[in-house]
Design a protein around this ligand. Structure first.
Ligand SMILES: NC(=O)c1ccc[n+]([C@@H]2O[C@H](COP(=O)([O-])OP(=O)(O)OC[C@H]3O[C@@H](n4cnc5c(N)ncnc54)[C@H](O)[C@@H]3O)[C@@H](O)[C@H]2O)c1
Length: 363
């Protein structure tokens, strides 16, 4: 589809739009909603109390939408919550001609996208991401899902949002820890692209809203180009898992630990520390490059303390990783910036050694 821009929005891809202001967002939604018999809005309590109340978004788009509000946080990504939501939607009379609008971070788009993709065998949904991470990553790309037994994203579908509408103005309410978490995925995209993309992130998280919006635009376009070439992650899309193999293990371990759970981006930042080291070890990445960016990650992401995590406990989580086949551990590595390699099999003991070293950097 041709990319059509207007004074209030630019089209970043066939299903991703970026609007300049609240009026642009409202105008776009008002154009979409009349095509559906009923509308359900899903959000979490924090987003409802900050973003939705402050902007009056719901009153501006629909007075009759059925509103569902879940608890903020990973615990809402569960089959139990999917069942509760589906029950609510049934009772609200929603059917195959209903639309779900997910307003929130990655938890809301993963949960709402998954529930919509299986409700009545699949109904349409729009994502309105309100965190940096969901703008550049979670809400784009068509992966939905929930956690199972403490392990991340074990149940899910590939199901693309009808539309993703990004307004970076929402980020003014986002706590800085959450902003940094999203910036980790921007950094991942930059490692995968190299060149100009790495220069864009070199100075850390942009404080200026216009520069941040440009970073979001570039990051979304990159993710979308990778996803479009391989929606079902048979090949090249696997590169987007850079830092995620061990990242998911850190994230899962922190959910069980007796401390504040790590944010997704914090876990990915820690996972990239391991992936950079493994890249030097087996893929020929320059040690100077890895050392420079290791320091950057340690200085820019305030990764939480590891609270009793051990290399052995983290290795336990790696066996759940969907990228592994049998007992081998598969990684995305960097040969050079902009030159990722996927399906790189690495001996578990080498991984454990690097995890151990990274744990010592973080403790
Ligand atoms: N499907 C995918 O491709 C994909 C990719 C990356 C991550 N994810 C998933 O995304 C989730 C993490 O997403 P996230 O980082 O957006 O976290 P999140 O959805 O938990 O949101 C972070 C916190 O910020 C609050 N919040 C959201 N927007 C706000 C705003 N504008 N102002 C103030 N508070 C706001 C939320 O209530 C929440 O407390 C994880 O579950 C991860 O697995 C999915």
């Amino acid at each position: 589809m041709a990319l059509q821009n207007s004074n209030f929005m630019i089209r970043l891809s066939d299903n991703v739009l970026m609007v300049n202001d609240m009026a642009g967002l409202v105008s776009r939604l008002r154009r979409r909603i009349p095509g559906f018999a009923s509308v359900g809005v899903l959000t979490d309590r924090n987003v409802e109390e900050t973003v939705i109340e402050q902007t009056g978004l719901l009153q501006k788009i629909s007075s009759s939408a059925h509103m569902s509000v879940v608890k903020p946080g990973e615990a809402s990504k569960s089959l139990t919550v999917v069942e509760q939501l589906s029950q609510e939607w049934l009772e609200a009379g929603m059917d195959r001609n209903s639309l779900i609008i997910n307003i929130g971070g990655g938890v809301v788009s993963d949960l709402g996208g998954f529930a919509a993709s299986i409700f009545k065998r699949g109904i349409r949904f729009i994502n309105i991401p309100t965190t940096l991470l969901s703008m550049i990553d979670a809400s784009v790309g068509g992966k939905t899902g929930v956690n199972l037994g403490g392990a991340k994203n074990q149940i899910g579908t590939f199901s693309r949002a009808d539309e993703v509408i990004i307004w970076t103005g929402f980020l003014k309410w986002l706590p800085s820890r959450e902003l940094k978490s999203g910036f980790a995925e921007c950094l991942k995209h930059a490692f995968l692209q190299g060149g100009e993309a790495l220069r864009l992130v070199n100075h850390g998280l942009p404080a200026d809203p216009a520069t941040l919006a440009s970073l979001v635009e570039a990051s979304v376009k990159f993710k979308d180009s990778v996803v479009n070439a391989d929606l079902y992650e048979i090949g090249q899309r696997k590169i987007l898992n850079f830092g995620h193999t061990v990242g998911h293990a850190f994230e899962s371990a922190s959910l069980l630990a007796n401390a504040e759970p790590w944010l997704h981006g914090e876990a990915v930042a820690a996972g990239m520390l391991v992936a950079l080291r493994l890249s030097v070890r087996v893929a020929g990445l320059s040690p100077d490059f890895a050392a420079k960016w290791e320091e950057f990650i340690l200085n820019n992401f305030s990764i939480p303390k590891t609270c009793g995590m051990t290399s052995m406990s983290l290795m336990q989580f790696l066996r759940y990783d969907k990228k592994n086949v049998g007992n081998s551990l598969r990684f995305v590595l960097l040969k050079e910036p902009g030159m990722p390699l996927f399906d790189q099999e690495i001996a578990a003991e080498s991984v454990r050694e690097e995890v151990e070293l990274v744990l010592s950097l973080l403790s």
